[in-house]
Design a protein around this ligand. Structure first.
Ligand code: AGP
Length: 604
């Protein structure tokens, strides 16, 4: 059994009692600590959130800990926060910017690429359980996700005279552990470990890992050893670094041709789509009577485009749900329902809850994710990896395109297996998909033009994005990209809906982005563009190449190569990603680190 010591809870702000209650609810003996004398009553201390290391130092927290340190005579603890992990260790020396050294232990905690101090967060204390004495305890806290921190935090315990161990506890927020001959490793994301090892263990919820150089032991909360699965990660280390680009987001936009190639790789053999990870029988697939796509944010937008593709190719009805809404609407599901959970991170709390709910209801579940070993892979019956490589920028770019490709492949696969689509038509669509990486390269050459447009509109107060059909998914995604990194108010709209209200927002100079490609209702779309121009809007059009009519209606025109209508989002989104990026840069903002956002949203 892992002995559970008494945990003290200290906070400069907020209601300590609430955190104590949460810990007690998780079966932990916990007490509030308000003054130094109270430290004698506890074995360890947690800071539930709200302040950075610096603030604790200012508050004299390290002095406050002195009695406890003495009492435990070298066992425990000092305490600090570092890019998303709370650390307790024998000794913490605050070192060079971006590094903190737990001196007595040879423990080095390296900040993630963003290197930002957490300076404000809401409190959500994690459960802490461990045996003493230990050398370092790392706790991931959900608040980290809320502020976008800690994606790549890495801690190592090096070998040496004071070989230590780290005890890492997972409660909701992802923790990845591993070990080399010389070090034990803990991180909050796979990229942080790539320089050290390709073999790692993603902890499951409520698991405890004891990590030493060369060895990882995983236990459950009862102290029983668990046979945890080690995953092998193929990601390229370079892919987790900026490689000369100013920002990860820009680099990831330019990695899209390769990302799409990788999503396609090995999945079409002799003209047939083979998805090795999908092992349902032909009879199982034939029995599907409806598909439900659940996702959040950008993944929801790829799901929206997928709805069109699946219905068109397979004629199976598709429902699309925001994962945060899905299980509260009492959805009708049974064994003939197929639920597709889309989450690049594989850790989005709402999407995880939605797929778990779907499985409980007896539905089949397939997950579409970019992260091997992520939680969603354990909650689904089948997994379709997008293979886009690590995405560090908070704004999803290459994972979105990879999702669109994976979902189109999946839709074609369903049609193929159910025998409802002419194989020649499937072949044509596959050929069009094979051409996409080169076409993406072409679209990326618009970078300069998009930058010029971004300069022109960077001080706009509002933006409207509109489209129809799959173009609506592009419009919503374009608006999301812009608002999340430039903080400009942006609305994504179904173009036909504009006249039912939003057109009232149009006044002289408001930029309106319209998606004109691949639209069956092209004429109507042109009509919508004329309507907003008549009211003074500045029009930014994503249009087919050499389209004269679009040309006459555009203040800014981005011409797209020709592809199949259902594949157009894979090209049309790119100028909008670039637009958002350059607008953010023009406004002096950092696209990789948008305020209030996180790469993985592990809280509901
Ligand atoms: C995308 O740019 C956003 N950061 C966000 O909307 C994201 O797509 C959403 O949180 C879902 O993430 P997931 O794909 O990891 O589930």
């Amino acid at each position: 059994m892992i002995a559970q010591p008494t945990i003290g809870v200290f906070a400069l702000q907020g209601d300590v009692r609430e955190h104590v209650r949460m810990l007690q609810g998780a079966g932990v003996t916990a007490l509030p600590v308000r003054r130094p004398s109270e430290l004698a009553r506890v074995d360890a201390l947690v800071l539930p959130g709200g302040e950075s290391t610096t603030m604790y130092k200012l508050a004299g927290i390290f002095d406050l800990l002195e009695p406890l340190r003495k009492r435990l005579a070298g066992g425990m603890p000092s305490l600090g926060t570092c890019a998303g992990m709370i650390m307790l260790a024998d000794r913490i020396e605050s070192g060079i910017e971006g590094q903190e050294t737990l001196g007595g232990l040879d423990v080095v905690v390296r900040r993630n690429a963003f290197g930002r101090q957490v300076d404000s967060f809401e409190s959500d204390v994690d459960f802490v359980g461990f045996d003493a004495p230990f050398h370092a305890l790392l706790i991931r806290a959900p608040w980290v996700e809320k502020v976008g921190e800690g994606v790549d935090v890495l801690a190592t315990v090096a070998s040496g005279p004071a070989v230590g161990r780290i005890v890492a506890v997972r409660q909701d927020s992802p923790i990845i552990v591993g070990a080399t001959e010389g070090a034990g490793l803990v991180a909050s994301g796979i990229p942080a470990l790539l320089a050290y090892t390709r073999d790692m263990i993603p902890l499951e919820n409520r698991q405890v890992a004891e990590i030493k150089p060369g060895r990882v032991r995983v236990l459950d909360f009862e102290g029983d050893e668990v046979n945890a699965e080690t995953i092998h990660v193929e990601w390229d280390l370079d892919a987790a670094e900026k490689s000369g680009y100013e920002d990860f987001m820009l680099k990831e936009i330019f990695e899209q041709p390769e990302a799409v190639r990788n999503t396609m790789r090995g999945r079409v053999k002799k003209g047939r789509i083979t998805l090795d990870e999908v092992t349902w029988s032909g009879a199982d697939l034939a029995a599907i009577s409806k598909v439900v796509v659940v996702a959040c944010g950008t993944s929801y937008h790829s799901g929206m485009a997928a709805k069109h593709a699946i219905e068109h190719y397979t004629r199976i009805p598709v429902e699309l749900d925001l994962a945060s809404e899905f299980r509260y609407r009492d959805p009708v599901l049974d064994a003939h329902s197929l639920v597709i959970g889309v989450a690049q991170s594989g850790e989005t709390a709402d999407t995880l809850a939605a797929v778990r709910f779907a499985r409980e209801m007896g539905a089949k579940v397939v997950a579409v994710t970019n992260v091997v070993g992520s939680s969603i892979t354990r909650d689904a019956d089948a997994v379709l990896f997008t293979h886009a490589g690590p995405e560090i920028g908070v704004a999803a770019t290459k994972t979105f395109l990879a999702q669109l490709v994976a979902l189109n492949l999946f839709a074609l696969y369903l049609a193929q297996e159910r025998g409802v689509m002419d194989p020649a038509k499937i072949g044509e669509t596959i050929d069009a998909m094979r051409a996409l990486p080169d076409q993406i390269e072409e679209v990326l050459t618009l970078q300069g033009e998009v930058h010029r447009a971004a300069k022109r509109y960077a001080s706009a107060r509002d933006f409207i994005f509109m489209g129809r059909g799959v173009g609506m998914a592009v419009a919503l995604e374009g608006a999301l990209k812009l608002k999340e990194i430039s903080y400009i108010h942006a609305e994504g709209y179904a173009a036909g809906e504009l006249k039912h209200g939003a057109i009232a927002l149009i006044e002289e100079g408001v930029p309106v982005v319209a998606i004109l490609t691949g639209v069956a209702l092209y004429e109507k779309m042109l009509g919508n563009v004329s309507e907003v121009r008549a009211r003074g809007a500045e029009t930014i059009l994503i249009a087919p190449r050499n389209d004269e009519r679009a040309c006459t209606l555009a203040n800014e025109l981005f011409e797209m190569p020709v592809t199949k209508p259902l594949l157009t989002p894979i090209l049309d989104t790119i100028p909008l990603q670039l637009l958002a990026y350059f607008v953010a840069k023009e406004r002096g903002l950092s696209p990789d680190k948008p305020r209030n956002l996180a790469k993985s949203v592990t809280v509901e």
